[in-house]
Structures are given as C-alpha cells and as structure tokens.
Write a protein that binds this ligand. Structure first.
Ligand code: KG4
Length: 334
C-alpha cells in the first residue's frame, strides 16, 4: 500500500511517500531561518509559508519516490494537535488530493506520528512498550499498548521539556531553535556548576519545567544586573543535565513499576545528545531495550505521518471530506 503523507503542524512543510514502514521519499521544507529573527515560530507566517510551499514539496516527493499520482492508494495528514492555521493548510490540501484521486483520507494525530518515527528504522519494534515523548509542546510518558492505542501515565503539568530548553536558551542569547543550540554549546563544558532547583510534582510520573525555566531566567537577569558574566556553556550543561535527570529518572521508574522492558524515545527533544547517551547507558545497566529515531526523523516530518497513517488505516481510522484541523486533541481520541 502506497501512502502520500502530509505534515504542516508547525514550521516544517513536509510530504512523504511511504509503503507501510518503508520510506520512498521524505521532503521537508523548513521555515527555521525565517522564524529565527523573531526568536520563535510566528503562526501567521508559518501558515503562509505552508500555503506557498506545499504544492512544490508534494511534486518533489512524488518525483523523488519515482512514482506518479495514480500509484497512490491513500492520503494521510496531520490534523491535530498543532498551530491551527498551519494544520488547516495540510488538511485542506490532503482533502483536495484525496477527492481528486478517489482514495481514502487518513487523519493522523501528531504525537502518534512522533512515536511512529521509531518504526521506520527499527523493523523489529512493535507495541507494547513504554514511550517518553518529548517535544516543544509536550512531555508525556505513555504506555503504547497497540499501534493506535495509548495510555498516558504521566505528563507535564506546565511547560514541556522543549519549551524549557528553548526559553532558557533564548535568555542566554542562543540562536533559535534554542534546544538544538543549547545541546551543542553544553557539549563544550565538561562540568556543571550553577545551582538549579529540582521541580516537585504530585503525580509520580508527571513533570514540571516552568520553575526550572524561571530559575534560569532569574539567574541570568540577576547576574546581568550585577554586571557579572554568565558562563553560557556551563549554564547550558547544567540545564541539560537537570532536564535529562528528570526525564530519565521518571521514565525508568515507570518502566520498573509497570514491568516494561522496552523503552522508546520520541519527539524533537529525543535528538538531545545527553538524553540519548545516558538513556542508552541506563537501559544497558538495567537490562532494558532502548529505541530512538534517527536524527532525521526526530523533528517534524511526513515520513512518520505516513507510517502511523498505515496503522490508522488498518484500524479503520478513515475520514471523509468533513475532516477539520484541531489545535488540541488527546492522543487517545476516538
Ligand atoms: O517534536 P518537535 O520537532 O516539534 C513539536 O512537535 O513540538 O520538537 C521541537 C522541540 C523544540 O523545543 C527544539 O528545541 C527541541 O525539540 N529540540 C531539542 C534538540 N533538537 C530539537 N532539544 C534539545 N536537544 C536537541 N538536540
């Protein structure tokens, strides 16, 4: 089955051609350079750029895969959650394409597709497993009981881990996207020295990152008011270590309590070098299997949408042309 998949939930316009778990093409047009001057994604600009890019990105995906539009069996599209104006571009393009080709339209939840990014290169991976899903807008520990069945056992009560990285990076003057830059700069420091709080949560597997984010912002402002310099690599390493401590500790505790032997990382923050390497070591020591996506599938891309779309199709999740985009939606929607 050949699926053409579309992703436009934030600042990447992406179209892919997938055959079950195999990626025939995956074209990503990123808007990062344009949003960089504002220090974050400007939703209105994102929607306009998706509109301008989507037809050409789609043609390129078809061409790169070496197929024609007549070869496509279904269209999959990210419909929720995300920036509403950005999502609408992909959803309406997908509806038009499905209608004109006379093929099924498959709605795909953005977070489900981040998890599915792992299925592309890890052909042995199948549910059930425990997933730490860390992105710019979400931090979740979920039991993935089947390809389209999820149980959230912990989540952030305020900011996502990616938000904490992005905003602390911005206050240190690091380039957008902050999480990526902070990860690179932190690697230049081999010790951590700034005192930062350890957040507390009521739920054992829940997260809280806003206090940590505020503590870093206050520290930077305080130093600057006193005319003192911040050691940016050292503070970056301190933030990275603290965030990773929290993510790793809670995930391993959940795996132990619930008896999971297989752990999967997903979402943009799963590209973090310390998170990947420390998780690898911890899992090895504890006899756990660890999976994470290759770097090219950690950020937003349509390949993961197509792969999840395949499993949604198998479970009968097909939409008609009344499909609408949604800014928020639970991962376990029905
Ligand atoms: O999953 P994603 O591409 O978009 C959302 O769906 O949110 O995640 C984007 C987030 C941003 O916060 C970005 O700074 C963060 O992932 N990120 C990283 C790294 N690469 C991307 N955070 C820490 N270290 C990285 N290497």
């Amino acid at each position: 089955m050949i699926i053409l998949s579309i992703e436009s939930s934030c600042d990447e316009t992406s179209v892919a051609i997938v055959k079950e778990r195999e990626v025939l093409s995956n074209i990503v047009a990123t808007q990062i350079a344009e949003h960089r001057i504002y220090g974050g994604v400007v939703p209105e600009i994102a929607s306009r750029r998706h509109t301008e890019a989507i037809s050409a990105v789609c043609d390129e995906a078809i061409k790169t895969a070496g197929i024609t539009y007549e070869d496509i069996d279904a269209i999959a599209v990210t419909f929720a959650p995300g920036l509403i104006g950005a999502l609408l571009v992909g959803v309406n393009f997908a509806k038009g394409l499905a209608l004109s080709l006379g093929v099924p339209l498959i709605p795909v939840h953005h977070l489900r597709s981040h998890i599915a990014a792992n299925y592309i290169d890890h052909l042995d991976l199948k549910p059930p497993f425990l997933c730490l899903l860390v992105s710019g807008g979400n931090t979740v520990i979920a039991e993935v009981t089947d390809y389209t069945s999820f149980k959230i056992i912990g989540q952030t009560t305020d900011d996502a881990a990616g938000e904490c990285f992005d905003k602390t990076a911005r206050c240190m003057g690091l380039e957008y996207p902050g999480g990526v830059t902070l990860d690179k700069i932190a690697t230049k420091s081999d010790f951590v020295k700034y005192p930062l709080p350890t957040p507390k949560t009521v739920g054992e597997y829940d997260f809280s990152f806003s206090g940590l984010k505020t503590a870093v912002i206050n520290l930077v402002h305080n130093k600057s008011q006193k005319g003192e310099e911040i050691d940016v690599p050292v503070l970056s390493a301190t933030v990275r270590e603290r965030v990773c401590d929290i993510l790793i500790k809670k995930t391993l505790k959940a795996a132990e309590d619930l008896g999971y032997k297989k752990i999967v990382l997903a979402g943009g923050v799963s590209a973090n070098s310390e998170l990947r390497s420390r998780m690898e070591n911890e899992c090895k020591e504890n006899g756990l299997e660890l999976y994470f996506p290759p770097l090219k599938y950690c950020g937003d891309n349509a390949a993961m949408v197509g792969v999840q779309g395949y499993y949604e199709y198998l479970s009968g999740n097909i939409s008609d042309s009344s499909l609408n985009a949604l800014a928020t939606l639970d991962i376990n929607y029905r």
